[in-house]
Design a protein. Structure first.
Length: 141
């Protein structure tokens, strides 16, 4: 004799609907549209330009994040920014890394991005990493 309880289709649907009520929206294109100049550039200016900006004497890893061409460059077989794919973008990988030796900005800098700032970068890349020409930084020197 089978004593396993049976759920009706109506009960199963009710549980499914109740379980999804109040759930956060799916990540991705449904999120707030991220604007580079308004949302991303201020983060890069505050946390990244000191080592990845116009001043060649302070520049690390020969990487500029204030010039579009440099920010999107290939870093020896992997992209710094892969529009639409944050998980393949070195910029996102580095700012979100759990490993202190990989994380940017470096731990020694004494400042780290907030989870909200990291999510802003992730969403910007996921949404295509649009970078308007008027947001271009200094000269390439």
């Amino acid at each position: 004799m089978n004593t396993r309880p049976r759920f009706s289709l109506a009960l199963a649907l009710a549980l499914l609907v109740a379980g999804s009520a109040g759930a956060p929206p799916a990540s991705g294109q449904d999120e707030k549209q991220i604007d580079y100049a308004r949302d991303v550039q201020p983060i890069l200016e505050a946390f990244c330009y000191e080592c990845h900006g116009e001043d060649r004497s302070l520049r690390e890893a020969d990487l500029r994040l204030d010039i579009k061409e440099s920010a999107f460059k290939d870093l020896g077989g992997f992209p710094n920014i892969a529009p639409g794919d944050p998980d393949d973008s070195e910029l996102y990988i580095r700012v979100s890394s759990e490993f202190l030796e990989m994380r940017m900005p470096p731990y020694e800098a004494g400042t780290q991005l907030t989870e909200e700032q990291i999510e802003t970068i992730r969403l910007w890349i996921l949404q295509g990493a649009e970078w308007p020409e008027e947001a271009e930084g200094g000269t390439d020197g």
